[in-house]
Design a binder for this molecule. Structure first.
Ligand code: ADE
Length: 214
């Protein structure tokens, strides 16, 4: 599932350059029965299956290193934010636990997991996709992963405003033109225009960002 993401991407280039390392593990490797069972029916009844504690404890106890952050991806976790992504980018070692199951045994969450993260208010069928999102978001904060440091400072969310529109050549395409100010060479005017577009866009689609004080 993660092959293309880890090879054919900006993150993949970062991995090739040795800026970060990603390893994928199959929990079934830590099961002990012949069917390699990682889940079971919930105590108390109900639909769906629950990830068993034994393979998860065995896997994490084997893979963890001193001080490593053990994260569980779940829609009821704390929302991923740029600040959280940046914090994670400074960690030496992170273990992401992702469920393909209805749930996981609460003892894993209580005794093994350091942090629970959600990537948004929707439910995925597969936590691995959520882990990939978190890895991608944190990877961008690792120095050198993005070619230009500048691309980090100018974009959406760093200043709580959404991004301004970008244009490139040709200046006219099928009758659609580029705003004149961008061709003017007047950098003061361009900055002002871009800021106005940012405020406008933010008001339109994310007015909540303008109300935030932090
Ligand atoms: N697993 C399923 N849905 C998820 C979400 N929204 N965030 C993180 N992990 C998940």
């Amino acid at each position: 599932m993660l092959d293309g993401f880890l090879t054919e991407s900006i993150l993949g280039k970062g991995i090739d350059a040795g800026l970060l390392e990603v390893a994928v593990h199959d929990l079934r490797a830590w099961t002990t029965d012949k069917h390699r069972t990682a889940d079971d029916r919930p105590f108390g009844g109900g639909a769906g299956m629950v990830l068993k504690p034994e393979p998860v404890f065995a896997a994490i106890e084997q893979l963890q290193t001193p001080g490593c952050r053990r994260i569980y991806l779940t829609p009821d976790g704390v929302p991923l934010s740029p600040a959280l992504a940046q914090d994670l980018s400074r960690q030496q070692h992170i273990i992401f636990l992702s469920g393909h199951y209805e749930g996981i045994d609460q003892r894993i969450r209580d005794h093994l997991i350091d942090q629970e993260i959600s990537i948004g208010d929707y439910v995925l069928t597969n936590g691995t996709l959520a882990a990939a999102v978190v890895i991608d978001a944190l990877g961008r904060f690792i120095p050198g992963v993005l070619g230009e440091e500048k691309s980090l400072t100018h974009e959406s969310f760093t200043g709580k405003l959404l991004d301004f529109p970008q244009y490139t050549r040709p200046a006219e395409f099928r009758g659609m033109t580029v705003p004149k100010v961008l061709l003017s060479g007047d950098h003061g005017k361009i900055e002002k225009w871009r800021h106005a577009r940012q405020v406008e866009k933010t008001q339109q689609v994310r007015p909540d960002l303008l109300k935030q004080t932090t």
